[in-house]
Write a protein that binds this ligand. Structure first.
Ligand SMILES: O=c1ccn([C@@H]2O[C@H](COP(=O)(O)OP(=O)(O)O[C@H]3O[C@H](CO)[C@@H](O)[C@H](O)[C@H]3O)[C@@H](O)[C@H]2O)c(=O)[nH]1
Length: 480
C-alpha cells in the first residue's frame, strides 16, 4: 500500500439476519473512514434481500450498496454460494444449513476470494470475517491478508467461548441441571451462574454441528490479527480489559442504524410491514413491541400462553409473527379466534423495520428473545425489555439486561410459561409506576452509548486506534 493509498478489505458476512445487519453497518462505518470494502453476501441472503416487494429495496437489484456508493463510499459487492440451493428452507433444516457452513462454504468462498485478490485494484490487504466462520485464518494466510475477526455479540460471550477450556476443566461445560455453583474464574467476569451460560455451553450433548463450528471458529479467532466487537467499552469494562491483555480486541459499537429513519441500505430478508399509521393512533409509551428476532423458534405451547397473556394484559401490542416462528410447517400457530378477540388492541405482522418501530414514541416496552442487535437497538431507543431467551447467547444477554444493567425483567425461568405470569410481567413493565425504574436505568445506558459514539468517545477512539494499527501492519507486511 503506497503512501496515501486506502486499505482494501474483503468483508464476509455470516448468512443470518442478525449478522448481516451489523456487517453491513460495519462496512459503511469503515468505508466512511477511508477503507475500500468488497462485501460478500451469500446468494441466498442476497436473494432474500433483493426479492422483496419493490417498496423496500433501493432500486438496484444486483447491488445492495448501489445507493451508498453514489454518495461516495467505495463499497464493492459480490455474492457466493453457501453450498445449498437458494430456495432451500434453511430455517426448517438448521443442522444441514450449519453443516454446509462448516464443511462446504469455505471452498466456495475461497474461489471468490481468490478471484477478488487476483483482480482488485488497489490490492486487497485484509480479510474481515464473522468470528463464527471456521476458515478465515487459513484463507488470510494463503492470500497474505491480515485477519480481522468480527464479533457480533457481547464481549462476555466472546470471553466465555475463548475460555471454554477453563469451563471444561472446572466441570462447568455441558452441565445443564448438574451444577448451580457460580463460575468465578473467567478473567474479567466477576461471577456468572451456569444457567446464564450460552445454550451451547450448557447443553449436555457437546458434539452437535454448532459445537463443532464453535470449537473450530474460536481456535481460528485466537490467532486473528484484530477482533472488532459490536459492544461498548463502558458496558463491559472488566471483560474487555481482560480480553485486551490476550488479544487486540476493539469495542467499536453500537454498530446499529443510529439514524433510524435515514437508513440507506436495505438489509431486511423479508418485506417490512409499515405500522406507523397504527402506532400514530396510540398514546406515548403505551405499546409493547413483541419480536423474537430472525431465526429462533418458539414452542407452540409457549406461543399460546404468550398470546393469551397479551390478551389478558389489556396492553396495546405489535407482534412480529414470522411465518416460521414456530416452524415453517406451522404457519398459523395462534389460538383460534384470538385475532378477532384482540381487535384494534394488537397488530400481528410478519416482519417490520424494527429500528423504526422501536424509535416510535408509542412504543413503551419490548418483549424479546434477547438477540444482541435487539438489545442494542432497544437501548438506543430507550425501550425497557421483557426477556424471553430461546437459545445461543440470549441467556447470557438476559443476565446482562436483567441482573447487571437492570434495564428489563425476566419473563420466566425454565419452568413452563403461563398466561397469568405473562400478563403480570407485561403490566409490571408497561405501567407508569412499576416500569419507572427500568425507564430511568435505560436512559443512563443510552447516554453511555451516545457518548461512546462522540468524536472523543470510547468507540470512536477504539476505531481510530484500530485504523492506525492496521495501517501500520499493512505497511509492515508490504515492507517484509
Ligand atoms: O421484524 C423484525 C425483526 C427483527 N429485525 C432486525 O433483525 C435483527 C435481529 O437481530 P437479533 O436481535 O440479534 O436477533 P437474531 O436474528 O436472532 O440474531 C442472531 O444473531 C445475534 C448476533 O450475533 C445473536 O445475538 C442472536 O442470539 C442470534 O439469534 C435486528 O437488527 C432487528 O432490528 C427487523 O428488522 N425486523
Amino acid at each position: 500500500m503506497g503512501v496515501g493509498q486506502k486499505p482494501h478489505a474483503i468483508l464476509v458476512s455470516y448468512p443470518l439476519q442478525g449478522h448481516v445487519n451489523p456487517s453491513v453497518h460495519l462496512a459503511i462505518k469503515l468505508a466512511s473512514r477511508g477503507f475500500i470494502i468488497t462485501f460478500i453476501n451469500t446468494q441466498s441472503i442476497h436473494h432474500h434481500i433483493t426479492s422483496k416487494k419493490a417498496t423496500t429495496t433501493n432500486g438496484d437489484e444486483d447491488d445492495i450498496f448501489a445507493s451508498v456508493r453514489k454518495s461516495g463510499l467505495d463499497i464493492r459487492y459480490t455474492t457466493v454460494s453457501d453450498g445449498l440451493p437458494v430456495g432451500f428452507d434453511r430455517s426448517l433444516h438448521h443442522d444441514e444449513f450449519m453443516a454446509s457452513l462448516l464443511h462446504v462454504f469455505s471452498a466456495h468462498v475461497e474461489e471468490t476470494i481468490e478471484k477478488i485478490v487476483k483482480n482488485a485494484t488497489p490490492a486487497v490487504n485484509c480479510l474481515i470475517a464473522d468470528t463464527f466462520f471456521v476458515w478465515p485464518g487459513k484463507l488470510a494466510k494463503k492470500y497474505r491478508l491480515l485477519h480481522v475477526s468480527f464479533w457480533t455479540e457481547a464481549a462476555l460471550i466472546f470471553t466465555l467461548y475463548y475460555h471454554m477450556d477453563l469451563l471444561r476443566f472446572n466441570g462447568h461445560f455441558g452441565c445443564i441441571d448438574l451444577r448451580e455453583d457460580e463460575i468465578d474464574y473467567i478473567p474479567g467476569v466477576k461471577s456468572i451462574n451456569p444457567k446464564d451460560l450460552t445454550s451451547y455451553l450448557q447443553q449436555m450433548d457437546t458434539t452437535t454441528v454448532c459445537h463443532q463450528i464453535i470449537y473450530k471458529a474460536f481456535k481460528d479467532a485466537k490467532d486473528a490479527d484484530f477482533v472488532l466487537c459490536n459492544t461498548i467499552q463502558e458496558l463491559e469494562p472488566e471483560t474487555i480489559s481482560a480480553l485486551q491483555e490476550k488479544i487486540p480486541f476493539f469495542a467499536i459499537g453500537p454498530i446499529i442504524p443510529t439514524k433510524c429513519t435515514k437508513r440507506t441500505v436495505s438489509t431486511s430478508l423479508w418485506t417490512e410491514s409499515d405500522c406507523t399509521h397504527w402506532l400514530d393512533s396510540k398514546p406515548q409509551g403505551s405499546v409493547l413491541y413483541v419480536s423474537f428476532g430472525s431465526y429462533a423458534h418458539v414452542s407452540k405451547s409457549d406461543l399460546i400462553e404468550m398470546a393469551n397473556g397479551l390478551l389478558q394484559s389489556n396492553v396495546y401490542f405489535v407482534w412480529v409473527l414470522r411465518p416460521d416462528l414456530v416452524s415453517s410447517n406451522d404457519k398459523n400457530p395462534l389460538p383460534e379466534g384470538i385475532i378477532k378477540e384482540v381487535g384494534d388492541r394488537g397488530l400481528f405482522i410478519p416482519w417490520c423495520s424494527q429500528a423504526r418501530v422501536l424509535a416510535h414514541q408509542a412504543i413503551g416496552g419490548f418483549m424479546t428473545h434477547c438477540g444482541w442487535n435487539s438489545i442494542l437497538e432497544s437501548i438506543w431507543c430507550q425501550v425497557p425489555l421483557l426477556c424471553f431467551p430461546l437459545y445461543t447467547d440470549q441467556f447470557t444477554n438476559r443476565k446482562l439486561v436483567v441482573d447487571d444493567w437492570k434495564i428489563g425483567i425476566n419473563l420466566c425461568d425454565k419452568v413452563q410459561m403461563n398466561k397469568l405470569e405473562v400478563s403480570q410481567k407485561i403490566k409490571q413493565l408497561m405501567m407508569k409506576e412499576s416500569g419507572e425504574e427500568f425507564r430511568n436505568a435505560i436512559k443512563k445506558v443510552k447516554c453511555m452509548l451516545e457518548k461512546a459514539l462522540m468524536a472523543d468517545g470510547s468507540s470512536e477512539i477504539n476505531m481510530d486506534n484500530f485504523f492506525k494499527e492496521i495501517e501500520g501492519k499493512i505497511q509492515q507486511k508490504l515492507a517484509g
